[in-house]
Design a protein around this ligand. Sequence first.
Ligand code: ARG
Length: 497
Amino acid sequence: MNATSSNTSNPEQNKNSHAPDSSTDASRTDSAKQNSPGQQMWGGRFSEATDSFVAAFTASVGFDQRFARHDIEGSIAHATMLGKCDILSSDDVTTIIDGLKKVLAEIEAGEFQWSIALEDVHMNVESRLTDIIGPVGKKLHTGRSRNDQVATDIRLWLREETDNIIALLVRLQSGLLDLAEQHTDTIMPGFTHLQTAQPVSFGHHVMAWFEMLFRDTERLVDARRRINQLPLGSAALAGTTFPIDRTITAELLGFEGICQNSLDAVSDRDFAIEFTSAASILMMHLSRMSEEIILWMSAQFNFVQIPDRFCTGSSIMPQKKNPDVPELVRGKAARVFGQLMTLLSLMKSQPLAYNKDNQEDKEPLFDCVDTLTGSLLAFADMLPNITPNKENMRAATMKGYATATDLADYLVRNGVAFRDAHEVVGNAVALGIKESVDLSDLSLAQLKQFSDAIGDDVFEFLTLEGSLAARDHLGGTAPNQVKQAVSRARTRLEVFA
Ligand code: ARG
């Protein structure tokens, strides 16, 4: 086999666009020495060099170089701990840390030569460290394995990404609170089965979105606690013979806890699955909101406008303004669900402890994070900037006999049993349909023919404003309740800000 015969495993082509800007150089030979088995970092027991296709196939550096900064941060903490525990001399630790900082500077400057022969980000960094500082660099891996190292890198990286995502969610939610507050009195039809059901406040509808996103935020904050645990110190699987102190490493890296079992720590990726699962639920919510925006932007609804910057035109139909951003977010939800299935399937048959399968955890997770982050960036700017077409919303509410339940409730208050009231109103609606008028346009005489319990005060209950104002309890759509909900929500959101 020949490396050139496969392009699917070429790290250059797989490289994630968010990875540090750098090149992957399969020909780098100073440390890679790919054709001399005894000189690979792990080559001591080998008598034959790795097949060049296998080297490319098994390498992860094309994508895991995205962890470079976190890998070095983890190594600095590990070396510091080794020094504090007298496992390495303080001179060695100082040399190692200075060297690691130089490696990081090279990576950040885009000058680092990534090598496929060095397999992954961990060995690329370590090898370059030894190039720069000499043999002392070879001491860094004391009491550590790539198994606990990679688990640590993923957690450090995912913690940071989770924080970004939570910040975006908070921005989106506070934008929605402003929008809801402006529109507590804007009336729209509320739907069940996508049929006009009862009038609601547009602000109330926006607050429903807020509640979905609030639970998503809680889920991510909760998942973060389980992401934020230190695996380092577990070494390959069983721990290490050196007298390490994991509390030092945990504190240096800002972990709030320490993984309690070495076998579990190096193998399970449930924290990533949990994140992806929370991400999937969140994308499902963004997709539902997208669906509503798309429907509402159609000429048939004509309920809202979104700013032109979130839309595109058609190359053939000059009149078109297409809601591309919400459509794409609706589509991207499918991708994130797919990554969740990938990670679950990846994990389900793995015996303890680490297996190479786990190298496949990174690309789905990266894609999930990037898709979610992009969708939230678009939404944080777009959703709070939608403009309701109040007249159209109101006209649509008038069309659907949305106050029929209010008439039934009125009859109940005047002594009619609810089932009988339902029947009476059904007859009144049938007359309205026949005459093509709303219930509030029927005369008192017309209404009274269906029930004696109808008096001349009935009309105040048939107005849209009356209907909204009557639902005046916690969680109801009365504008005064929506105002209170917004103000409570501002306080609730402060916890995450
Ligand atoms: N690149 C590997 C991964 O992503 C790092 C750990 C490799 N460990 C090993 N023993 N081969 O999982």
